[in-house]
Design a binder for this molecule. Structure first.
Ligand code: URA
Length: 243
């Protein structure tokens, strides 16, 4: 550190110490700071997850801020083939966030998550537990369509990951429903098959997360709907306040 800067810093600290000593002599045990509630500072990423009790003196970013930062993202090769970035949609203060894999053809065309056939099944699944899509938040592990609907590559998932994490921190939901293998394994950093992960509550940065089957899988394997219904009932129970 340059000498003149070090000296300025020492002087500022000495002044601050003097002010604190004066306040102490006046019998003020705490600094009369203004309330932080109106526009508290953005928390560093590392502590955002701790803000869930509502007591931490900092707020997370808003979803709009995360979207603005994503911009016209070119951080991975998926950018080249996409028509739209599918950022996510739903209630910014949703109690439940559903995380899918990545946009398909219709989502890419419209820029909205889960608007194709799997999305229509998802709507019916939500309806079955008394929810509408506008009450939850829907997003994906990657925000751009993988060509031919292939699975997203690890590098693509990694490039998108900070934005998914920031979305989840901004919403701070009470629970997450991870739809399918890609979302479940990636959020939990696990290699366990979805058939073993599903149906059991896990932890994602302090938020309860339930892995379940992807609706597209259910369209191909209707017999798995029975297990999926068991998972949805667990979500319904938690939303009603029964852990
Ligand atoms: N499948 C997904 O995983 N996400 C979507 O948005 C649509 C289909």
């Amino acid at each position: 550190m340059p000498e003149n800067l070090r000296q300025e810093l020492c002087e500022a600290l000495a002044q601050a110490r003097g002010v604190l000593q004066d306040l102490d002599r006046l019998g003020l045990g705490a600094l009369p700071l203004p309330a932080l509630a109106d526009n508290p500072p953005v928390c560093p990423l590392s502590v955002r997850g701790l803000d869930r009790g509502g007591t931490a003196p900092c707020r997370s970013e808003t979803l709009d801020e995360v979207r603005a930062d994503l911009g016209d993202c070119q951080r991975c090769p998926l950018a080249r083939g996409r028509r739209h970035i599918v950022f996510g949609a739903g209630a910014p203060r949703a109690r439940l966030v559903l995380v899918g894999e990545g946009p398909g053809r219709e989502e890419d065309e419209r820029g909205e998550p889960f608007v194709g056939e799997a999305g229509r099944l998802l709507d019916r699944m939500l309806f079955a537990i008394g929810l509408e899509r506008s009450e939850v938040y829907l997003c994906n592990v990657v925000k751009c369509r993988p060509p031919g609907n292939r699975d997203p590559e690890p590098g693509e998932i990694a490039a998108c990951r900070p934005f998914l994490e920031r979305q989840l921190a901004a919403i701070a939901p009470e629970m997450i429903l991870a739809l399918g293998r890609v979302a479940s394994q990636s959020l939990l950093a696990s290699g366990t098959p979805i058939s073993r992960l599903r149906g059991q509550w896990r932890d994602y940065q302090g938020i309860p997360l339930l892995p379940t089957y992807h609706p597209a899988y259910l369209l191909r394997n209707p017999a798995a709907k029975r297990e999926s219904w068991e998972d949805l009932k667990q979500v319904r129970q938690r939303l009603r306040g029964g852990g």
